[in-house]
Write a protein that binds this ligand. Structure first.
Ligand code: GBE
Length: 506
């Protein structure tokens, strides 16, 4: 699934697609509003915006190592300065305030709090986030804080990082410091951002830090420890902090919608289901259902591992104690969603040991869809509504936040009509999911507040609703048209007949 090779241009004829088939259609907009307590926000992540990479006692992270003096990043850039939010956080808060948004999702750099990953905490690093949180609160903006958005302390990587089972305790120790220091003012915590990406891109393909390539093996060890770590932090919060602080802890998972190529063919429906179980279910099933991996993963990976001559299944098992700790370790589900793939069944060869072959599906994206600057991101607004319904069916009525959703271009121009189109139609599909399908969606965070360090793509792909001039040491920010569009949606809490371009029905 989601093979890099499968960035395919499809030959599927689209001329006869009906709305029901789902590849290409544009519904009329629903002119209605979200529930009154709906949260509107923007999101960022520490390494992508902060800079200040070695200031005030911060320790090096795996992204400092991965970017520094290597060819891992397209434009050979790093996050050493990035948007300089380490110094410009007050301005960032004003950008959010000016948009009239109610919340901000940012992440804490573990290396600012614990430069060596464990042990002695760094008061200056703690102070930076206290200042940011105070500034947000003073401006009426609710912080949603991610504890881990990929910048692992290098000191812990040197001990095996996410491959070392001890990391669950290291993460708990770090999380407890954050709960203690910031928990009076932070009521919404996200343990991990996109453990799928940490596993697959960090430890499978290796295009992300720490750059390991164990696509059929290491990825499953790493995901196992990520889930264990998440659960430990969740349990620590509810054991020792929740009663006093009254907050909530969730996890953010990335998932693309898997559209069956032929929605009437049961084998294609099954491929879609399996694809979703291998992507989001890999992490969500144990947490939101029963403390175990999805049955289809257990069955397929066990069988393939045996045929491939492994002594044990490549998919580890949770102990009974771990299962009990993991099951139910959530107060909400955070979803990062961007795009859709068309999926059909294809038995994966066992000659090659790969996560991408384990699910016996293959996929592509339709070349008729609007593209973006990111090879993987095609504009498919219908997918987000189908996904919301799938999540509701699969995991019940859990509160959901869209913790990221957004669109990239190369130019970073201010009149960013493509991004407005994207937000308009994705958010309107979410509105339909809430109003017509009764999905329990609590809030929406656009990715991203501003153009920033886009990981292996450096500064070449821009997701911001503010542009940043990276050639100017002052890193000035300028709102794009999409910032104004989002602030209109937020101020009206949805769609009314006069919101934005082309809003009358379409
Ligand atoms: C988010 O991930 C990140 O949380 C955020 O930090 C980032 O800036 C933003 O997206 C924009 O990219 O060859 O099968 O591994 C998979 C988005 C590519 C989720 C890219 C993996 C999108 C999941 C290619 N996708 N990503 S491969």
């Amino acid at each position: 699934m989601f093979k890099r090779l499968a960035l395919l241009v499809t030959l599927v004829a689209c001329s006869n697609l009906s709305a029901g088939q789902g590849y290409i259609y544009e519904d009329d907009l629903l002119l209605d509003t979200f529930p009154t307590d709906f949260q509107w926000g923007v999101a960022t992540a520490s390494y992508q915006i902060e800079g200040g990479w070695n200031e005030d006692g911060k320790g090096p992270s795996i992204w400092d190592t991965f970017t520094n003096g290597t060819t891992n990043i397209d434009d050979q850039s790093t996050g050493e300065v990035a948007c300089d939010s380490y110094h410009k956080y007050k301005e960032d808060v004003q950008l959010i305030k000016n948009m009239g948004l109610t919340s901000y999702r940012f992440s804490i750099a573990w290396t600012r709090i614990l430069p060596q990953g464990t042990g002695t905490a760094n008061p200056e690093g703690i102070q930076y986030y206290k200042n940011l949180i105070t500034e947000l609160r003073a401006n009426g903006i609710e912080p949603f804080v991610t504890l881990y958005h990929w910048d692992l302390p290098q000191a812990l990587e040197d001990l095996g990082g996410w491959r070392n089972p001890d990391i669950a305790s290291w993460f708990e120790e770090y999380a407890r410091i954050c709960f203690t220091e910031f928990g009076d003012d932070v009521k919404n915590w996200i343990t991990l951002n996109e453990p799928w990406v940490v596993s697959v891109q960090g430890h499978g393909i290796g295009d992300h830090a720490p750059g390991l390539q164990g696509i059929g093996t290491t990825v499953y060890e790493v995901s196992h420890n990520l889930i264990r770590a998440h659960a430990k932090a969740y349990r620590a919060y509810h054991k020792d902090f929740a009663a006093e602080q009254g907050g909530f802890v969730g996890i953010t998972l990335n998932v693309d919608w898997a559209e069956p190529q032929d929605p009437n063919d049961p084998s294609h429906q099954e491929a879609s289901e399996n694809n979703l179980q291998f992507s989001i279910g890999w992490f969500a099933h144990a947490i939101f259902k029963d403390g175990k991996y999805p049955g289809v993963m257990r069955q397929k990976i066990d069988a393939k591992s045996q045929e491939q001559g492994f002594e044990k299944s490549r998919l580890p098992e949770f102990t009974a104690e771990e299962s009990a700790e993991i099951k139910g370790s959530f107060d909400f589900l955070g979803i990062n969603h961007y795009t859709t793939h068309i999926v059909y069944p294809e038995i994966g060869s066992i000659d090659e040991v790969s996560y991408f072959l384990d699910d016996d599906t293959t996929d592509y994206q339709d070349s008729n869809w609007y593209p973006s600057a990111s090879s993987w991101l095609y504009v498919t607004p219908f997918g987000i509504r189908k996904l919301m319904n799938w999540l509701k069916n699969e995991y019940g009525d859990v509160p959901i936040y869209i913790t990221e959703n957004g669109y990239s271009d190369h130019q970073g121009n201010l009149d960013d009509i493509h991004r407005i189109y994207y937000y308009k139609h994705y958010i309107n599909n979410l509105l339909k999911a809430v109003k017509q399908d009764n999905v329990n969606l609590k809030g929406y965070f656009a990715w991203s507040l501003m153009d920033n360090f886009e990981w292996a793509r450096g500064y070449t792909e821009k997701f911001g609703v503010h542009s940043v001039d990276f050639t100017d040491p002052a890193r000035p920010r300028t709102p794009k048209a999409s910032a104004k569009y989002l602030s209109q949606l937020a101020s009206r809490n949805g769609f009314t007949s006069s919101v934005g371009p082309c809003s009358n029905g379409r």
